[in-house]
Design a binder for this molecule. Structure first.
Ligand code: CA
Ligand code: CA
Ligand code: CA
Length: 348
């Protein structure tokens, strides 16, 4: 067998493995303004893996709906619903960034103005700025397979929370993984226990082949984190929430801080771990692998230029050429380095 053929087979094997793991995703991201969800004016961000409803004044998600229509947040604007709806949301940083804010809590919660500041085929950014002086600012970047929060400025110490409904409703059979591979039941309580590094959790539902990944990009850290299930109605998980009842511990000055969420089409720990590691290395949880790994896979030379493409022998293809114009020697498989320096294996 010729060397090139072997390489192509190896590349195809990896791609097939990614496909078979169920975590492949690509496609468009679109944001529509002035969509009403649970009586809040929202941006609806549609992606191949999730549909997000983002409350523009609250600057938090009222709903995150998977491909089967399950809502992993389940916010309700009736204040009497408590843990059955009103308390739910993401990221619920503190007095900011909770669906429904400002609310019956009066002067505390910050109202935000949210605008679409990036609108590309596969990337939308929603920027939210607080009305109080010296206060909150966040940005959410949406891609086909994940969404990334940057806390740009904070008016007080904060935590990054997931108060919601794995798979569409909370069940005691729901569970979450931590990066050490331990499976924790959502019925358990872990008050003020620092997560193993790197810090990420993935909430899963036994009846659905899917998990919600939530990554803290600033780990390793030694800040206690907390999980408990509230009234068998919702998860109460918080990075840097140091106790059962609040206690937000990311210092206000410790910004920017990044967090990523993604609905992964898998419940296999090894696949979830790979997705989390891809996110932490600066890429997508799916489809895209770090440039160095891809170049190594493809035998391409290190230090490839942004926008360049390489065949599986490591030879650079015509710069800027469209896929349809790639030289036939690629045999339909090549590696491209995108603007973020990430190598993507392309199959024609
Ligand atoms: Ca569930
Ligand atoms: Ca830790
Ligand atoms: Ca921690």
């Amino acid at each position: 067998m010729k060397e090139g053929s072997k390489m192509k087979k190896a590349a195809l094997f990896v791609v097939l493995a990614v496909f078979q793991s169920g975590i492949f995703a690509s496609g468009n991201v679109t944001a529509t303004d002035n969509i009403t969800d649970v009586n809040n004016s929202c941006f609806r961000i549609t992606t191949p893996t999730a549909t997000y409803y983002f409350d523009k004044v609250g600057a938090g998600f009222t709903s995150i709906v998977d491909k089967q229509g399950n809502d992993w947040i389940g916010y309700d604007d009736n204040s009497s619903s408590g843990s059955a709806g009103y308390y739910r949301g993401l990221p619920n940083l503190g007095d900011c960034c909770h669906p429904g804010y400002p609310s019956i809590y009066g002067e505390g919660p910050t109202d935000m103005t949210s605008t679409k500041t990036v609108d590309e085929t596969d990337h939308v950014r929603i920027t939210s700025i607080g009305h109080k002086s010296g206060t909150w600012q966040t940005a959410w970047d949406f891609y086909p397979s994940y969404a990334q929060l940057t806390v740009v400025s904070a008016a007080q110490a904060f935590a990054a929370i997931y108060e919601g409904t794995p798979g569409g409703s909370f069940q005691t059979s729901d569970y979450y993984y931590t990066s050490d591979g331990v499976k924790h039941m959502c019925s358990e309580t872990h008050d003020g226990v620092d997560l193993p590094d790197p810090e990420w959790v993935a909430f899963c539902d036994n009846s659905i082949n899917r998990c919600l990944l939530y990554v803290n990009h600033s780990s390793p850290d030694n800040i206690p984190d907390t999980y408990w299930g509230m009234e068998n109605n919702m998860t109460v998980f918080g990075f840097a929430r140091t106790c059962h009842g609040g206690c937000n511990a990311f210092p206000a000055a410790a910004v920017p801080k990044k967090f990523t969420i993604a609905l992964l089409e898998t419940r296999v720990f090894a696949n979830i771990k790979t997705a989390a590691e891809n996110v932490l290395s600066g890429g997508s949880p799916t489809r895209v692998l770090p440039a160095q790994e891809m170049r190594s896979l493809a035998g391409a030379r290190p230090g490839g230029a942004t926008g360049a493409a390489y065949d599986l022998r490591g030879s650079r293809l015509g710069a800027g050429a469209q896929a349809s114009q790639r030289p036939s020697k690629t045999s339909g498989v090549y590696v491209e380095v995108n603007a973020r320096g990430i190598g993507c294996l392309i199959i024609r």
